[in-house]
Design a protein around this ligand. Structure first.
Ligand code: HEC
Ligand code: HEC
Ligand code: HEC
Ligand code: HEC
Length: 413
């Protein structure tokens, strides 16, 4: 129900240029939670200051977040009851069992309570949790919390990742020019193009739905994060324009462009990031692309219906019209990269956050499959927890897989 509502809202917000709809929604939700959170932290501080804990309350709330455990006793228990799955070093034995090494003790106790009271569904853990006293649980949590976090094998720093993208972009320069300003006839300019369109094109070359011998070889070695980074990189460059067209008549092309403007914008500056900008694109490339849609060798039903049966002369005129338009001066729309998402997640998940009103787990270096599983569980309402449920709402499966990969490969901070 709720998911459908957000999806529908998302479709409404989709036409906004610049920020993707789900990032927009995420930001609004976070603002709401943060406002409520600072209020509840204030109330908690007042409550703690005003009253002292009754003795029997300490017993029923055995796993209170501030309980101090004995890690030597915890080690003995962990070896007997937890190590078969979570390792004695806190390493999950398979991809879907979370690492516990270096996790916050308060979060582990909180999570176990969620299994015990049925808010998290996992039969074995519900049973295990019920067999432990609050003291034993606090001891085990203290033991695992004291272990060094697991350093992922492929951990790359942000700087390394950025330089890797520049190295990859250098391999595109031969055909697409410096910063995506191509100069050879027939090769498209990438600078200033909408990132969602660039990303969709790269994915289409990779899956084979868009066919081009040069590009097929280029994308074979690119994974999704690399394609996103390249799309964002090129869309943020300034397009220089391509000079005079070698054919066609821009003046004769203007009236022919009338029916194209609905999607590509009046002068080839489209406001929907899924539709490519045409302004300032190479004349020869535009002619080639339009002919490819018309004869079906570039498979797109919408574009085919627009240009099927167009005379060669008209194709040249309309291509010339777009080629001479000044390229888009506005900043093109971006794709939300893993880093863009993580900047938002870190408002709560950064190591610095120790708000007592909300116990937030450490997620860097966690198993990718487990992060993915947990995010989907929050999003789809299978793990009861209001904050992450709301935060997970706008995430698509593709977003989740990219984010999970990002955090899983991040070294402990
Ligand atoms: C049979 C394997 C198994 C054993 C034994 C086991 N766990 Fe787990 N544990 C899991 C799996 C699988 C999950 C993820 C479950 C889920 O949320 O669906 C998990 C999740 C957890 C979590 C939540 C972590 C997080 O990041 O949210 C904690 C805390 C935890 N286990 C603690 C323990 C403790 C303490 C013990 C020993 C008393 C223990 N587990 C024994 C398999 C096991
Ligand atoms: C050997 C030359 C060559 C190299 C190197 C090359 N490309 Fe291309 N690229 C082309 C050609 C030719 C086309 C147009 C193909 C078509 O008609 O579909 C193209 C098209 C594209 C498009 C679609 C643009 C649009 O407007 O639809 C994107 C995106 C792209 N390339 C990105 C890249 C990236 C990123 C790299 C580097 C990793 C790269 N290319 C390297 C030749 C090359
Ligand atoms: C209903 C929306 C719509 C209309 C109207 C439309 N287009 Fe398109 N156009 C698209 C979409 C969507 C794409 C991207 C298709 C793909 O993925 O290959 C596209 C792609 C293109 C491209 C390829 C650009 C590139 O960088 O590779 C050209 C050229 C183009 N259109 C020209 C035209 C012309 C000329 C007209 C008018 C005769 C027109 N379009 C009308 C939606 C439209
Ligand atoms: C408003 C604060 C907040 C924001 C923003 C937030 N989280 Fe969380 N997150 C939490 C809290 C609180 C929990 C613990 C929930 C629970 O008890 O089940 C959590 C739990 C998680 C878990 C489960 C970890 C585990 O060990 O079981 C993952 C994975 C996660 N968040 C990822 C993310 C990602 C990715 C983002 C950004 C897209 C994000 N979070 C944004 C507060 C937040």
């Amino acid at each position: 129900m709720c998911t459908q509502f957000y999806r529908r809202l998302g479709r409404l917000a989709r036409m906004r240029p610049g920020k993707p709809w789900n990032a927009h929604l995420f930001d609004l939700t976070m603002e709401l939670i943060m406002t409520r959170l600072s209020l509840s932290a204030l109330l908690l501080a007042l409550a703690l200051g005003a009253c002292s804990k009754a003795p029997d309350q300490a017993q029923t709330e055995a796993a209170a977040p501030d309980a101090q455990g004995d890690s030597a006793a915890g080690k003995v228990l962990a070896e007997a009851k937890c190590a078969s799955c979570h390792g004695l070093d806190g390493r999950g034995s398979t991809g879907d069992i979370p690492h516990l090494a270096g996790q916050k003790a308060a979060y582990m106790e909180h999570a176990m309570q969620e299994y015990i009271n049925g808010k998290r569904a996992h039969a074995a853990l519900q049973q295990l949790g019920k067999e432990l006293t609050g003291k034993e649980l606090a001891d085990i949590a203290a033991y695992y919390a004291g272990l060094p976090r697991i350093v992922p094998a492929g951990a790359a720093s942000a700087a390394e990742a950025a330089s890797k993208i520049q190295q990859t972009a250098a391999t595109c320069t031969a055909c697409h020019g410096v910063d995506g300003n191509a100069t050879m006839a027939g090769y498209p300019t990438l600078a200033g193009q909408h990132a969602p369109y660039l990303l969709a094109s790269l994915q289409a070359y990779k899956s084979g739905t868009r066919k081009d011998a040069s590009m097929a070889g280029q994308v074979a070695r690119l994974d999704t994060p690399a394609m996103e980074a390249l799309a964002n990189y090129y869309s943020s460059q300034t397009a220089q324009g391509r000079g005079q067209p070698t054919g066609g008549d821009p003046v004769a092309g203007e009236p022919l462009s009338g029916k194209c403007g609905a999607c590509h914008g009046g002068k080839g500056h489209s406001s929907n990031p899924d539709y490519p900008n045409l302004a300032g694109q190479d004349y020869a490339y535009l002619v080639k692309a339009i002919k490819a849609y018309a004869d079906g060798s570039r498979d797109n039903a919408v574009m085919k219906s627009m240009v099927a049966g167009m005379k060669d002369q008209d194709i040249q005129h309309v291509a010339a019209f777009y080629a001479v338009q000044p390229p888009n001066a506005d900043v093109a729309a971006k794709v939300m990269s893993a880093k863009d998402w993580a900047d938002r997640c870190d408002k709560c998940h950064s190591a610095k956050n120790d708000n007592p009103a909300m116990v937030v787990p450490v997620i860097e270096g966690q198993q990718a499959a487990y992060i993915e599983y947990a995010l989907k569980a929050y999003r789809d309402g299978k793990r009861e927890q209001s904050a992450m449920h709301a935060m997970g709402m706008p995430l698509t499966d593709a977003d989740i897989s990219v984010i999970a990969d990002y955090y899983a490969n991040m070294a402990p901070r």
